[in-house]
Design a protein around this ligand. Structure first.
Ligand SMILES: Nc1ncnc2c1ncn2[C@@H]1O[C@H](COP(=O)(O)OP(=O)(O)OP(=O)(O)O)[C@@H](O)[C@H]1O
Ligand SMILES: [Zn+2]
Ligand SMILES: [Zn+2]
Length: 838
C-alpha cells in the first residue's frame, strides 16, 4: 500500500487542484498542455491580471500563428529561470472552467510523481485522445433579463456587429471561428462583449461523431423463390434462418464461409435485404431484463451495513469465497450512492471477458451504467467521457485506465478481483497500478474504496491485517466465508499424473477426469477444462532432428494454432504475434515428422474428440475470441447448453457464474507452479482457487479435479483445502527470507534496444553509477541482468532491480540523470512496484 512517508516523488511541481493557497497566492504564469498535433510537453503562458485560472480549466492560447485550445496544468508564481519574460505570450481567454473534478489534477500529478514519469505520459492514459481537438469553442448571449442596465450603444462598432449577428441567431450562439470569418476584427469585439458580460464563451462537443453504421442482412419472406436457388444459396438462407433471420453481413460471410458476391446475388433475387444499420457505440446492444435486489445472507447484510455506514475516505477489503455473493454486495452498496446523486466507479480486470458482470449491473441500474475501457473506439471513449462529465449519477464500469474516469460526484470506488495483475500497467509508462491510484483517488474525493476478492493479493491482505493506526488507515476487513444458500465449496481432488503414467495411462486425461467427463453427458451437466497457456505452450518440433520452430523476433518458440478442421495451420508468437504458416516438413532436415507438443486448448479438444467423441466441446481462448463480441457469443452458447464442456485458458478463471457447471478440471497445474517469478505461488494459488470456484454454483454440488506432477506442492495443498490464510502465512515467510514485497518495495529499471550490445552496456553503466550510492541512499541493487526472455519483438532487454526497505526513507536516483546516460537507441522505463520482473 502506498505510504506517503515513503514518497518517491521528485520535488513537487506547483501543487494543483483547488485549494486555499491558490486563492491567496499570486500566480502570474501558467503551464498548459496545448491541443496541437506534434506539440509535446508543457508550454508556459502569462496570465493577464484580470483572468482567474485554475488547473484543469480549458483555455485559448496563441500558438505560432494560430489560436489553439489548451488545458491549464500548473500555476506558477515564478517564471522558469531559462525563460525570458519577453518570450512568454499571454493566455487569450478561459473557455471553460470546472471541466474536470477539482482534485483531478492533483491525482494526475501524484501518479506522475510516484511512478517517476512525466505528467504528459499520465495525461495520455487518463484523457481520451483528441479531447480538445474535437471540441468547439463557442459564444452565446447571456440571457437578457440578466442584462439590466447594459446599453449596446456604448459598445464599439465591431462589438455591436457581433452582438447583432448573435441576436439574429435563434439560439443566440455561434462558434468563435464563424464570427471571426464573418466579421473583420471580431476578436476585439468578442473580447469586449465578454468583458462587459453580454456574452459567455463555452465549449461544445461537435454533434456526436456520426453513429456507426454497419451492413446488416435480413432474411425476407421469399419461399416462392426457393426452387430457383442453388444448394449453396439455400445453405446461406438456412443459416440466416437458424440465426433468427438477422445477421451482420460480416458475420454471415464468416459463418457461411462465403463471398459478398454470393450474398449480393441473393439480395438481387429478393431473398434478403442488405442495408446499413446503426450500431450503438455504447455496447448497449443486448437487451437485459431488469432485476431486483436480492435478500442478503447474514454475512452479506453485515458487510453491506459496514460499507453503508462509512462516510468519507475508508478502505474495505471484502474477502468473500467464490460464489459468496460479492457482486450483490457491490450492487446494493451502489444503490444509495446513486440515490444521493453521486456516481460509482467499478474497476474490473477485463471487461470483454466478463459480459455477465456488466449485464448484472445493467439489470440493476439500466441506462445509468456505462462501460469504459481502452478497447473502445476513439468515438466511443469520447462519448462516454462526455456522459461522465455531465455529472448525472451513474455507474462507470471499466478496466485499469477507467480509474481516471472524470466523474465529478464520485461517491464510491469498487475494485473487483483486486488481486488481478491486469490492474498494473507494465508498459508503456506510467507503470501504474489502478489499485494504488484508486486509493489516492478515494482519499482525494473523500469516498470509500472497496477491494473485493476471493483471493486477496498479499499486499492488500497484509495491510488489512495491520494495526489500524497507520496513515492512510488500514482497510476494514469484511469476510464472506461461505457461499450463498449455504452451498458448499466444491471438493477438490488432486491427481498425481506420475502415478497415472506409471500405471499405464499415456493420455493427458487422468482416469478420474475421464470418468467425470463421461458422467457430464449422462447427467446433463456442464464442465470447464482449464489449461494454463504459457508454461505449456504448444511448440512445434521435428521428431527426426529435434529442430524447434522459433520466432524470428523473440527468444521463444512459436505456438501451434488451428481454429477448426479446414482452417490453415498456423504458428504464432505469443509475445510479438508474428504469424507463419505451419511448414509441411522440417526446414532443417526435410523430415515430414514436424509435430506439435504440449497441451494447448487445441490439442486438448482434439484428444477429447478422440477419447470422448460424444462430448460437445467449445474452445474459449485467444484464437476463438479474437473478434469483438465473441466472448459473449461463446458464453451465451455455452450457457444455453449448446456444449457440454468449455475448454480454455486463463480467460475462464474470471467471473463466470453458471449454475449448471458442476465439473472443473485442471489439465496440468505444473505450468503455473514453476514460473521464474517470486509471485508465481501467489498467482498459482489465485488462479487455481478462482477456476475451482466456477464449479457447483447452482443447486447441484460441484467437483474439481486438479492434475499435476507435483501434488505435494504447498500451493496445491492449500488450494485443495480451500485454505487462504495458511497459504499466505507460508508465502509471507518465503518472501521474508528472500526479501521480497510486501517486506520491502521494488523499483525495476527496464532497458531495451534493438542493439544487444548497447543495451547490455547501458544497463551495466547505470548499475555502476547506482552501486556506490546504495549505502547512502538506502536501497539495495540487483543486477544488471538480462531479461529471462532476452529478445522480444526484436528488442533486447536488460534490467536493474532496486530493493527498498520499508522502515526507513530512501533517496531514489535522479531518473533524468540516468536517462541522460542512455544512448538514443536504448530506452529506459522505470517500473515502480513492478508486478512482472522480465
Ligand atoms: N443473497 C443472495 N441470495 C440468493 N442468491 C444470491 C445472493 N447473493 C448472490 N446470489 C447469487 O449467487 C451467485 C454468486 O454470486 P456472485 O457472482 O456475486 O459471487 P462472487 O462472490 O462475486 O463470486 P466470484 O468471486 O466467484 O465471481 C450469483 O448467481 C448471484 O446472483
Ligand atoms: Zn528435422
Ligand atoms: Zn515473437
Amino acid at each position: 500500500m502506498f505510504d506517503s512517508s515513503l514518497s518517491l516523488a521528485t520535488p513537487l511541481l506547483a501543487e494543483s487542484g483547488i485549494n486555499d493557497s491558490y486563492r491567496f497566492a499570486t500566480f502570474s504564469w501558467v503551464e498548459v498542455l496545448v491541443d496541437c498535433p506534434g506539440a509535446q510537453g508543457l508550454f508556459t503562458y502569462a496570465l493577464p491580471p484580470d483572468l482567474t485560472v485554475q488547473p484543469g480549466d480549458i483555455l485559448t492560447v496563441p500558438f505560432g500563428a494560430q489560436q489553439v485550445g489548451a488545458i491549464a496544468i500548473h500555476l506558477l508564481a515564478q517564471l522558469p529561470p531559462d525563460l525570458p519574460p519577453t518570450q512568454v505570450r499571454e493566455v487569450e481567454e478561459v473557455v471553460s472552467t470546472g471541466f474536470f473534478p477539482a482534485t483531478y489534477w492533483t491525482l494526475l500529478n501524484q501518479v506522475a510523481d510516484y511512478y517517476c514519469t512525466s505528467l504528459m505520459a499520465v495525461i495520455r492514459v487518463a484523457l481520451p485522445p483528441g479531447l480538445l481537438g474535437r471540441s468547439q469553442r463557442r459564444v452565446r448571449l447571456i440571457e437578457l433579463k440578466a442584462l439590466g442596465g447594459l446599453d449596446p450603444s456604448e459598445l464599439s462598432s465591431v462589438a455591436q456587429q457581433v452582438l447583432s449577428r448573435l441576436q439574429a441567431q435563434k439560439q443566440g450562439s455561434y462558434t468563435w471561428q464563424y464570427l471571426q470569418q464573418k466579421i473583420s476584427g471580431a476578436d476585439r469585439g468578442l473580447r469586449e462583449l465578454l468583458k462587459q458580460g453580454w456574452i459567455e464563451s463555452y465549449l461544445e462537443p461537435p454533434a456526436t461523431v456520426r453513429p456507426k453504421l454497419r451492413q446488416a442482412v435480413t432474411l425476407v419472406a421469399a419461399s416462392h423463390l426457393e426452387g430457383s436457388l442453388s444448394p449453396r444459396q439455400q445453405e446461406i438462407i438456412q443459416a440466416l434462418q437458424r440465426e433468427g433471420g438477422d445477421l451482420w453481413l460480416s458475420d454471415l460471410l464468416q459463418l457461411c464461409r462465403t463471398s459478398s458476391g454470393t450474398v449480393q446475388t441473393l439480395a438481387k433475387k429478393g431473398c434478403i435485404v442488405i442495408q446499413p444499420r446503426e450500431i450503438l457505440r455504447a455496447e448497449a446492444g443486448v437487451a437485459i431484463a431488469p432485476d431486483q435486489p436480492k435478500d442478503l445472507t447474514p454475512d452479506q447484510a453485515q458487510a453491506l451495513a459496514t460499507i453503508t455506514s462509512l462516510s468519507g475516505f475508508a478502505q474495505v477489503l471484502l474477502h468473500g469465497v467464490t460464489g459468496s455473493g460479492k457482486t450483490e454486495v457491490y450492487l446494493q452498496a451502489i444503490a444509495p450512492v446513486l440515490q444521493h446523486g453521486q456516481s460509482a466507479l467499478v474497476l474490473v480486470p477485463e471487461i470483454g471477458l466478463t459480459p455477465q458482470l456488466t449485464d448484472r449491473f445493467r439489470a440493476r441500474f439500466g441506462s445509468k451504467v456505462c462501460v469504459y475501457h481502452s478497447a473502445l473506439s476513439e468515438g466511443e471513449r469520447y462519448d462516454t467521457w462526455r456522459q461522465m462529465l455531465s455529472g448525472s449519477p451513474q455507474v462507470v464500469i471499466g478496466t485499469r485506465s477507467a480509474v481516471f474516469a472524470p466523474l465529478p460526484q464520485l461517491g464510491l470506488i469498487i475494485l473487483d478481483e483486486e488481486h488481478d495483475s491486469s490492474f498494473k500497467q507494465d508498459q508503456p509508462a506510467p507503470c501504474y497500478h489502478a489499485r494504488t491510484v484508486a486509493q489516492w483517488r478515494a482519499e482525494l474525493v473523500n469516498c470509500p474504496l472497496i477491494l473485493g476478492s476471493a483471493t486477496p493479493s498479499i499486499e492488500t491482505w497484509v495491510s488489512a491485517k495491520a494495526k489500524q493506526d497507520v496513515n492512510p488507515p488500514a482497510p476494514h476487513y469484511l469476510s464472506l466465508p461461505s457461499r450463498v444458500r449455504s452451498r458448499p465449496l466444491p471438493p477438490i481432488e488432486v491427481v498425481d499424473m506420475r502415478q497415472e503414467f506409471q500405471q499405464g495411462n499415456r493420455t493427458i486425461f487422468s482416469r478420474a477426469l475421464q470418468v467425470a467427463l463421461e458422467r457430464l453427458r449422462e447427467r446433463g451437466q456442464q464442465g470447464i477444462l482449464f489449461i494454463h497457456r504459457r508454461g505449456h505452450s504448444t511448440f512445434v518440433s521435428c521428431r527426426s532432428c529435434g529442430y524447434v520452430v522459433d520466432c524470428p523476433n523473440c527468444d521463444v518458440s512459436l505456438s501451434y494454432h488451428h481454429t477448426h478442421a479446414e482452417a490453415t495451420q498456423l504458428l504464432r508468437c505469443h509475445y510479438c504475434n508474428h504469424t507463419a504458416i505451419h511448414p509441411p516438413q522440417c526446414p532443417e532436415c526435410s523430415s515430414p515428422y514436424l509435430k506439435f507438443f504440449g497441451s494447448g486448448t487445441q490439442r486438448v479438444t482434439q484428444e477429447l474428440a478422440k477419447h470422448l467423441p460424444d462430448l460437445r466441446c467449445l474452445r474459449f481462448d485467444s484464437d476463438t475470441t479474437r473478434t469483438k463480441g465473441s466472448h459473449r457469443a461463446l458464453l451465451t452458447q455455452f450457457a444455453q447448453g449448446d456444449a457440454d464442456l468449455l475448454v480454455g485458458t486463463q480467460m475462464l478463471t474470471k467471473g463466470i457464474d453458471l449454475p449448471q457447471v458442476t465439473l472443473v478440471g485442471v489439465i496440468a497445474a505444473d505450468g503455473l507452479l514453476h514460473l521464474p517469478d517470486f509471485r508465481a505461488s501467489e498467482r498459482a494459488f489465485q488462479t487455481l482457487t478462482q477456476v475451482a470456484g466456477r464449479a457447483g454454483r447452482g443447486d447441484e454440488p460441484g467437483q474439481v479435479i486438479i492434475q499435476t506432477y507435483s501434488p505435494e506442492h504447498f500451493v496445491v495443498e492449500a488450494v485443495q483445502r480451500h485454505e487462504y490464510e495458511p497459504f499466505v502465512s507460508a508465502e509471507l515467510l518465503q518472501r521474508q527470507t528472500l526479501r521480497f514485497p510486501p517486506h520491502n518495495r521494488l523499483v525495476l529499471l527496464k532497458f531495451s534496444s534493438p542493439d544487444p550490445l548497447a543495451v547490455q552496456k547501458t544497463a551495466k553503466r547505470i548499475a555502476a553509477v547506482l552501486a556506490p550510492q546504495q549505502a547512502e541512499s538506502g536501497y539495495e541493487l540487483l543486477g544488471p541482468a538480462p531479461a529471462s526472455i532476452l529478445r522480444v519483438a526484436r528488442r533486447y532487454r536488460w534490467q536493474v532491480l532496486l530493493k527498498l526497505p520499508l522502515d526507513r526513507a530512501v533517496e531514489l536516483p535522479d531518473w533524468n540523470e540516468l536517462r541522460s546516460l542512455c544512448p538514443p537507441n536504448v530506452s529506459m522505463t522505470v517500473d515502480v512496484d513492478p508486478l512482472n520482473l522480465l
